[in-house]
Ligand binder design. Structure first.
Ligand code: SF4
Ligand code: SF4
Length: 70
């Protein structure tokens, strides 16, 4: 069962520092092409650890929308 919350990443302000990748307990985040972080939404449990550690504030925890479940 998917969590009610999910992390969303504003990739345009991501510094690709990798802090969220290290912090995520579910290994749900990866740095895509060395440029920005992207989340595997089905693995994310919405815990918010990535958002707390991100130095650029580009991660928001929000309600999971229906399209995330597809
Ligand atoms: S909210 Fe938690 S599970 Fe989801 S990507 Fe961030 S650290 Fe990982
Ligand atoms: S912690 Fe923030 S700036 Fe660093 S890779 Fe993750 S989303 Fe990008």
């Amino acid at each position: 069962m998917l969590s009610k919350k999910v992390a969303r990443f504003e990739q345009s302000v991501c510094a690709a520092c990798g802090a969220c990748v290290k912090e995520c307990p579910r290994s749900a985040v990866a740095i895509f092409k060395g440029c920005y972080a992207a989340v595997a939404a089905e693995q994310c449990v919405g815990c918010g650890k990535c958002a707390k550690i991100c130095p650029t504030g580009c991660i928001v925890i929000e309600e999971r929308r229906n399209e995330d479940e597809n």
